[in-house]
Design a protein around this ligand. Structure first.
Ligand SMILES: *Cc1c(COP(=O)(O)O)cnc(C)c1O
Length: 544
């Protein structure tokens, strides 16, 4: 019997073994471990089953609320994991999986992630993280330098200065955005005379102190839903998240922005933060950051740039200009688990002013003491893993030039795919790629022509049917399990109203141009489905 089997018995001696005895290579878990170490891509390819089971069936294996009374064998549990978790996982690393922002990982992330778990550092405080604390501070300084391009001699004063923080490392873009707005809020309502600041007295007192009815966050209608959560959480209210219409390129409309701010003024609502997006989640477009910076300055509010997706474009000499103006932002969010190719659960926010994060500083007696180097005094989250090591590894191993290649390749590939779509008679590009994201839909050439000459009512009718086709096509493609694109609904430059469109994110360096062609071929096959053909029949009937 392999050691791991003995390890599961419920007596004290064998429980000790779980903490001490390494997995035997011939046990199920040991074999999984070795297979991943030897060839992770092959492992995923073999063990993730392409055929989708129903959610109900999957749920049935996770139905019991009872925590097992008796210990079990590690190997038995590993079997369960293989069959019910791995087999039904989503193959996000597959080169044909181009629907979401999650892609393949560089192989070295795996052993390093394992090392991170083995070390089990807690970055909330130095007493549980030691070298990881300066390493994380360096990572934040590197990102700060990437965004703000300060002279090298700016950094010695701040990089390891425990009184301040150049940014906050967190679990993702959502927490990064919340942190940025939290800082903006506390700076807007800083202690002033008898007023002890919003963090002491709360929002009601803060509004009375300033004599205003409310505060607002302004972002384009392409803004990420994390701003809805942030305004809710920070007491601003979702009604005070102002979503400004976009132009035909999915960028914030500056005239509409001015109008929105005028209306806030009329209602005596103070703009807390203006948010620019560098890489919209749905279409990958970049707001005019320079003009937003000017305007934020004009109205005197915090300028935040949500570069969760597009931030790494800064690595590219030839594409960096797309983000011009980002260096004027008061705060910038960048997700590491997206285009820095770090596993899930890593985001960062950096602040131009190294004293900004003091606005949310928090101390406690047993840790985070005044003057300590504990990172936890400047973060929303408490206990945190050493994920910064994986960002540090990416920066060190891939380097600026490596990331530049990855970024440039993605942008080039998106242009190639856009060309393929434009050349294909049966597809219609619904948003031109600016970075590496685009949207399109199935719309046969004849229908495209008919739409040109159709009355507004007919157009609405036809687009409604095309929306249904798009939805079915996307669902059928996902269920077929060979390739994956995602789907969203948005207003496009083509027609009035919203369209359902297919969305493609090209960040996996293993996605070849051939795969892109195959995706269109597969979609043309999938539209032969009777349900879709029936809808097409209705469109042609409409046309006549
Ligand atoms: C992904 C994303 C977020 C949210 O990040 P999470 O890591 O999912 O919390 C915010 N903004 C933009 C533009 C994004 O692409």
């Amino acid at each position: 019997m392999p050691k791991s089997r003995e390890a599961a018995c419920a007596n004290l001696e064998n429980l000790y073994r779980i903490f001490t005895v390494p997995e035997a290579p011939d046990s199920t878990l040991g074999a999984v471990d070795q297979a991943i170490a030897a060839d992770v891509a092959g492992f995923l390819q073999t063990h993730i089953v392409a055929v989708e089971r129903s959610m109900e069936e999957i749920e049935s294996h996770f139905g019991s609320p009872a925590i097992p009374e008796e210990p079990t064998y590690v190997s038995d549990y590993a079997e369960f994991v293989k069959e019910h978790l791995v087999a039904q996982s989503v193959h996000t690393a597959a080169p044909g999986f181009i629907g979401h922002m999650t892609s393949a990982l560089p192989y070295f992330m795996l052993p390093l992630a394992r090392l991170m778990t083995a070390l089990n550092q807690n970055l909330v405080k130095v007493e549980t993280s030691k070298a990881f604390t300066p390493m994380e501070r360096q990572v934040l300084a590197m990102l700060h330098h990437l965004v703000y391009r300060k002279q090298e001699d700016f950094y010695p004063e701040w990089i390891h200065n425990s009184q301040f923080a150049l940014g906050a490392f967190c679990s993702g873009g959502t927490i990064a955005n919340v942190t940025a707005l939290w800082v903006a809020r506390n700076r807007l309502f800083a202690p002033d005379g008898n007023f002890r600041g919003i963090s002491q007295e709360g929002l009601g007192a803060a509004l009375r102190h300033r004599g205003v009815e409310g505060i607002a966050v302004i972002v384009s209608e392409r803004g990420h839903y994390s701003f809805g959560k942030a305004t809710d959480l920070l007491g601003i209210g979702r009604d005070n998240l102002v979503k400004v219409p976009t132009d035909t390129k999915n960028r914030i409309d500056m005239e509409a922005l001015r109008e929105a701010v005028r209306q806030l003024e009329e209602r005596n609502i103070l703009p807390l933060a203006l948010v620019g997006i560098a890489g919209t989640t749905e279409t990958g477009n970049v707001d005019p950051l320079e003009r937003l910076a000017d305007y934020a300055q004009e109205i005197g509010c915090h300028f935040h740039v949500d570069a969760a997706w597009g931030g790494p474009t800064l690595f590219s000499d030839s594409n960096r200009h797309l983000l011009k103006g980002i260096e004027r932002a008061d705060s910038v969010t960048i997700d590491a688990h997206k285009q820095l190719y770090v596993p899930m659960g890593a985001g960062m926010v950096v602040f131009k002013d190294p004293t900004a994060l003091s606005a949310i500083e928090h101390h406690a007696n047993y840790i985070l003491r005044h003057g300590s180097k504990d990172l936890g005094s400047h973060t929303l989250e408490g206990s945190r893993p050493g994920m910064a090591m994986l960002v540090h590894a990416g920066f060190s191993i891939i380097g600026r030039k490596g990331y530049e290649l990855l970024v440039d390749m993605g942008i080039e590939r998106a242009r190639t795919f856009a060309r393929l779509i434009n050349q294909h008679p049966d597809f219609q590009l619904t948003s031109e790629p600016e970075l590496n994201i685009l949207t399109y839909r199935y719309c046969p050439g004849k229908v495209q022509e008919a739409l040109q000459s159709a009355t507004p009512e007919q157009r609405l009718e036809i687009n409604g049917l095309l929306d249904q086709i798009c939805q079915l096509l996307q669902k059928n493609q996902r269920e077929a399990g060979k390739t994956f694109v995602s789907r969203t609904r948005l207003r496009t430059a083509l027609y009035d109203g919203e369209l359902t469109v297919l969305r493609v994110v090209l960040a996996n360096p293993l996605t070849t141009d051939d795969i892109l062609e195959e995706i269109l071929v597969e979609q043309c096959e999938l539209v032969q489905h009777p349900e879709i053909q029936a809808l097409l029949g209705q469109i042609y009937a409409e046309q006549l």
